[in-house]
Write a protein that binds this ligand. Structure first.
Ligand code: NAP
Ligand code: 8YV
Length: 323
């Protein structure tokens, strides 16, 4: 084992990340471990770092099983899968990958707005199925140009979405807990904003504080002509209520990148033409995933090399020496 430290990799890391980890660490891949309990009993004491995929869980029980754990580096900006309170209580530093993915996640939100409104999937099928020849022109669709759009969570990504929507002359408003100094209308009341917009774009963090923030009342306010876009976390929307609202025509359309119990997606959505579904690919371009992976590695290398990190999560920032 030599002088190398030990790292536990949870979830899918890229080959480039695995090569970088292997330079300085003995790497254990959770996916390759047959019996995690006996593995943790045998090896838990030696593990000093976790690299985790944003969608994976790092619960308190895992943190407890690693008495010498010093840092958790998350390959993603959202870290709702990590029990950060437990980690910080133990003095374990948690890092994530903000900013480098803003553009591609914002592009995905707008891609979904366009795909839903312009019926991209239906019209692709119209051509392939021969309908164009057999039935003629496809039915008309709806434009996003100049439409009112409400952003739920005007943070790094939300603000990027707002900026990009200027190219479509959309009238942007936003809801969050705090008002910001930005040229967009602020709504402290999400239901009221939903009533006044055609598109609601959800891009808050996940976790307990935002669970089912978009509930039946909000979806009913968005209404039969309204479009719900979710690139945040599935938990932010009451998914069962959303399916019912779409089925009953109380909600018009939806574009969804994320779901409550991924990779499970309510099958009723598969039959709906007013819905576009993506498999959580908001940041999944080669370019952005490379930048996220490099930052995930950089945080680990700086932590063990220099005693600091580049991008701690806010709750762990006080544990980190200024870089
Ligand atoms: P951020 O900069 O921290 O922004 C989060 C925004 O949400 C802030 O405006 C915050 O404002 C607001 N917010 C937080 N809690 C809220 C609440 N309870 N009610 C209303 N608003 C609330 O985060 P970001 O970098 O933009 O990322 C946002 C999230 O996007 C991530 O956490 C992740 O879950 C998701 N994401 C998804 C993908 C994907 O592949 N689909 C990719 C990247 C990120 P206030 O604090 O003022 O409320
Ligand atoms: C990733 C994400 O798909 O950054 C996030 O919060 O949801 C996505 O960018 C996920 O974290 C996997 O790494």
């Amino acid at each position: 084992m030599g002088d190398k430290r030990e790292l536990l990799a949870i979830g899918g890391m890229t080959p480039r990340m695995m090569e970088a980890f292997a330079r300085n660490f003995v790497v254990y891949e959770m996916a390759a471990i047959g019996d995690p309990e006996s593995f943790l009993r045998e090896k838990g004491e030696g593990i000093e770092a976790i690299a985790t995929y944003g969608a994976e869980k790092v619960p308190a029980s895992l943190i407890d099983a690693l008495p010498n754990l010093k840092m958790i580096s998350c390959y993603g900006v959202g870290y709702d899968g990590i029990d950060t309170a437990k980690a910080v209580e133990r003095g374990v530093v948690v890092t994530h990958t903000p900013n480098v993915l803003n553009d591609d996640v914002a592009n995905t939100a707008i891609l979904l707005m366009l795909a839903v409104s312009r019926q991209l999937v239906r019209d692709d099928r119209w051509v392939r199925s021969g309908n164009w020849k057999a039935k003629g022109a496809a039915p008309l669709t709806r434009s996003i140009e100049g439409k009112p759009v409400g952003i739920v969570g005007l943070g790094r990504i939300g603000e990027t979405i707002a900026e990009k929507l200027q190219a479509f002359s959309c009238k942007v408003s936003y809801h969050s807990r705090n008002r910001r100094d930005v040229p967009y209308a602020y709504y402290s009341d999400l239901r009221q904003m939903a009533e006044e917009v055609d598109y609601l774009v959800v891009i808050t963090p996940g976790g307990a504080a935002t669970r089912h923030l978009v509930n039946r009342e909000v979806m009913d306010a968005l209404g039969p002509e309204g479009t719900l876009i979710n690139v945040a976390r599935g938990t932010v929307i009451d998914e069962a209520e959303m399916v019912a609202a779409l089925r009953e025509g109380r909600l018009g359309y939806a574009g969804l990148d994320v779901f409550e119990a991924e990779p499970h997606v309510p099958e009723e959505l598969f039959t709906m033409d007013n819905v576009v579904l993506l498999p959580h690919v908001g940041s999944a371009t080669a370019e952005t995933r490379q930048a996220m992976g490099d930052l995930t590695v950089e945080n680990i290398e700086r932590f063990f090399g220099e005693g600091t990190v580049t991008t701690p999560v806010p709750e762990a920032a006080h544990l980190v020496k200024k870089g």
